[in-house]
Structures are given as C-alpha cells and as structure tokens.
Ligand binder design. Sequence first.
Ligand SMILES: [Zn+2]
Length: 242
Amino acid sequence: MKNKDAYEYTKVRSSIWQIAEDNGVYCTLILGSSMAVLVDTGYGNRNIREFVEKHITTPYMVINSHGHPDHIGGNHWFDTIWAAKAEWDIIRHFEEKPQSYGLKEIKTGDKISLGDLDIEIVTLAGHTRGSIGIFVPKEGILIAGDALNEGLWLFNYGALLMKDLYETLQRTIQLDFTSYLCGHSNKEYKKEKLLTHIRNIENLKVDESTKKDTIGFETYSSVYQDAIGKSEIVFTRDRLGN
Ligand SMILES: [Zn+2]
C-alpha cells in the first residue's frame, strides 16, 4: 500500500515501512508497540525527524546501517545516532555537516525489544567494515542497508575485500530470515537471492571492458544472472586483495 505524504512510503508490513528519501534512497521505520526504530536518515534535505514523530507515539532510536552520505545525511536532525563502532570513522569521514549529534555503539548480537516485536543486530561487513543489518525475527525480515543491494558496491573508503564480502554472504544466508530489504529499493527480496551474489563472486569477472568511472573511482562490474535473479558487484581492483 502506498501513502502520499511529505515522504512517500510503503508498508512492507504494518510494522515495517520503507520510506522513499531522495534519489532512490530508502530509510526504514520499524514500529513496535512500545518503541520504534528508524534505520538510516537519507540525504537529509527534508526533515525526516518530523515525519517519524508525526507517525509514531512511542520513543524511538535511530540506527545507521552504515556511514555512506546518502544514508547518514539526515543524522543532523537527531540528537543521538546508534551505529557499529567500526563504522564511526566512516560516518565521520562522510559527514558533510559539523557533527551535531552523539554517536552510540550498537553491537552485533544486540537484541532490543520494541514491545510486540524484537530486533537483533547482525554484522553485514563488506560494503563497509561496520555495515549492520537489523533482523526482525517476528516478520522474518532483515533490513540490510546497502550490504546486500542488487547492485552491490565494493569500493570507497571503509570497504572490505571481496573475500570478506563472500564470507559475510555465506554467513548471512545461514540466518533465519526469509526476505530482506535494501537501502536503494522498496522491493522485498527473497533470501535465496543472496545465492546470486555468492555465485557472482565464485565466478567473478574482472573484465577490462566493464571499467568505468563510478563517483570518481575506477571500477569494474561483474554481473551474474540465473533463474533466481541478478547480481551486479561493482568493485575496484584493490578490493580483490592481490
Ligand atoms: Zn552505501
């Protein structure tokens, strides 16, 4: 169901809303009976705090899935932001405004009760070293930021190596979720789609003909497609670790 507002948003579940920020970036609001969580703050040109406070009646916390500028740009609207400690310097690296808010540490394995549902923090290191996912067991959904995007970027400050991404994908597919949401889509992807990323890395193409400039980086692109779906991994050569 789509609702027109200052922000357009999609109720993936009654308790999980995918909020369309600017330029195809999505933030996620998780609404529990006693507490809510906003995952990511977008570019921050619009007042996402006002949107959140208009739609919830409970206290809430704001979590950054990772530190890229299109996901932390609205941090300045809030007083406190929770993120993995490994991501703090990446947040500071990409923060475009003087940091006006406090960072608090959230750890892999942390479980937080939102009343009628819980969330659990999982590591999704790869896209950046401190990328995290927010698992909502009751709904079987993992909110993954950019870590599992259909077009997965593995370059820029703070990105890990291809082998680290591979390990993360192998570990993540063992987790007990059925679908996941990403930071650049309002689609709900089936967990098995992670296999296309895994197979892409196992058959990785490092093809000079795919070389291009992506936001100032000389990147390569490996595309893999099968019956499940499509994976594109965009990477710089140094991410291959050799
Ligand atoms: Zn990102």
